[in-house]
Design a protein around this ligand. Structure first.
Ligand SMILES: C[S@@+](CC[C@H](N)C(=O)[O-])C[C@H]1O[C@@H](n2cnc3c(N)ncnc32)[C@H](O)[C@@H]1O
Length: 277
């Protein structure tokens, strides 16, 4: 794999279609309340948690940063009457999201190729910033949060959920577990995980008032078993799209993530904040 495949846009251009088979329509982890739910119910539950944290109401304008194929954007537009601009650095993602929205006749969403860390959108032009499992792909986390804060109107809100780091990882451990980190990098692209405390600090630094910080590591763990099942179910199609080696890497990454989830190294969190009126 060449270096460019680790860069998020190139990575997502390459994997978007296969990810749809492995992860489902919503390209993110699931929240399992009973542990027995199908994957799509659990991924929808994570979106439901984001909706609650966002306090959506009809007519609000939402910026979806890292919009994937647009499934969460279409859901919030159709169920909550908001208008959504989804942005992603992946041209393939913009194309897929735009086509699917046209096919479904959802005309209150639009998608543009933009970088969440320098979005180029006007100040105070959105009521909500929605960052669903994309922040770990943006190395300049401070720029992401300050861009979200900048485009929010006074009184607006941000909701963000993502993979988090739950403890310090020292240099010796990084070295010792370098194979595991290399597999994750190969499977998911260049990523860096931060703690919920770091996210809270960045939001406070950007003038936002944090009101909810939740660790949902335990509820997200069953996602890995579901991804094992989708990998087995769609084996041939996925190999056709990204090749045998990438599927093997994806499957190996599931065992690594399971160990990290269970030993308290990584997990999943959700955080929301408001911009003072
Ligand atoms: C795990 S997917 C999540 C997609 C979507 N939020 C969902 O939940 O279905 C991560 C998304 O972040 C996007 N992304 C990565 N880096 C980005 C950046 N710097 N700016 C905007 N989007 C980015 C990827 O292209 C991809 O669409």
């Amino acid at each position: 794999m060449t270096q460019e495949h680790y860069e998020p846009a190139a990575h997502y251009d390459r994997v978007t279609e296969a990810w749809g088979l492995l992860l489902g329509d919503e390209l993110h982890w699931g929240v399992f309340e009973t542990g027995d739910e199908p994957l799509d119910v659990a991924t929808a539950e994570l979106t439901t948690r984001m909706i609650a944290a966002s306090q959506l109401s009809p007519g609000l304008r939402v910026l979806d940063v890292g919009c994937g194929s647009g499934t969460p954007a279409r859901r919030i537009a159709t169920e909550h009457g908001v208008e959504v601009l989804g942005i992603t650095t992946s041209a393939v993602g913009v194309e897929a999201a735009t086509q699917e929205s046209a096919r479904l006749g959802v005309d209150t969403v639009s998608f543009e190729q933009r970088d969440g860390t320098a979005n180029g959108l006007p100040d105070a032009s959105f009521d909500r910033a929605w960052v669903l499992e994309s922040s770990h792909l943006m190395p300049d986390r401070r720029a992401l949060i300050s861009e979200c804060a900048r485009v929010l109107r006074p009184g607006g809100r941000i909701a963000l959920c993502d993979i988090i780091r739950r403890r310090e990882i020292g240099f010796a451990e990084l070295k010792e577990r370098r194979h595991e980190f290399a597999v994750l990098r190969s499977a998911y692209g260049a990523a860096r995980m931060d703690s919920l405390e770091i996210y809270s600090g960045l939001m406070a630094d950007a003038g936002l008032v944090v009101d909810e910080v939740v660790d949902i590591t335990r509820e997200t763990l069953p996602t890995l078993d579901r991804w094992r099942a989708t990998a087995a179910e769609h084996r041939d199609a996925v190999i056709g799209l990204i090749g045998q080696e990438s599927l093997d890497t994806f499957e190996e990454s599931l065992d690594i993530l399971q160990a990290f989830w269970q030993d308290g190294t990584l997990g999943y969190g959700l955080i929301s904040a408001s911009k003072p009126a």
